[in-house]
Design a protein. Structure first.
Lengths: 152, 152
């Protein structure tokens, strides 16, 4: 299947905002941000990016496939760790330039640091004169990253 | 206060991932994505972008201030509509290149189309051979955009 058939051409503002055609907008680098959220707990897990082909693979496979900007390659989440993200629902926003993925996170967690979510720290803005600080929401790891990602 | 004092310099991987210094990474355009979520319902509201100065203003004001990429100006959300987003909590991710804002959304909704959330449509992947389609989650508007945003 060609991606031309899978995604619609970008129409006018009314078509994009009120239409039923999925016409995702990829930025100058060909990417669209995708926020993965736990479908059950609604906790944010990670924010990553997709290009047109990885979004196509995600829809066809039913599992999240990102584009790794650092490695410049397709990134089927969980291919290494087993922690795949099964797609429960994908939402897009009014101008169709962002995605929310509700996923079933298989395995212990989404974050390569061993935590369930990448968003494990909050900004402490109580003393801005001394600079913004971070506090940990979940210091404990959900899994040992060495045992999952380490070279054997 | 200078932003130099407010944010830390980017350190090494361990400092960025496991440290308490807030060293947000702004991309080549000087932006960081920020996903605003309802602090009570945990529903995603909108995804927008901040530059260093708008993030500083957000922290100092306690309300979301984005950078509008289309208008190329600071965007104090709610300045026009009254629908400000009071910051309840800001989280950042492992590599500190994305933000989640848990907000108290004042007024009827976050989306300029009149809906509570910008993410009011889901991707229907049930018949990909015919193309991906969108289905509406909340067709009904939370408010009338003309009355809120219209010229008077």
């Amino acid at each position: 299947m060609s991606t031309t058939q899978l995604f619609a051409e970008r129409g006018d503002k009314a078509q994009i905002e009120e239409g039923a055609a999925f016409a995702p907008k990829f930025d100058a680098d060909g990417l669209i941000p995708a926020m993965a959220m736990d479908a059950t707990t609604k906790e944010p897990l990670m924010l990553a990016y997709m290009n047109e082909e990885s979004l196509r693979r995600t829809l066809e496979l039913g599992e999240a496939v990102y584009w790794s900007r650092s490695r410049k390659e397709y990134w089927h989440k969980g291919a290494t760790s087993g922690h795949v993200q099964k797609i429960v629902e994908i939402r897009t926003d009014c101008d169709q330039d962002a995605l929310v993925l509700y996923v079933e996170q298989v395995g212990a967690g989404a974050c390569h640091t061993g935590r369930g979510s990448c968003f494990y720290r909050s900004v402490d803005a109580s003393d801005l004169a001394s600079g913004a600080k971070l506090t940990f929401n979940s210091k404990d790891r959900a899994f040992d990253p060495e045992s999952v990602y380490g070279k054997h």
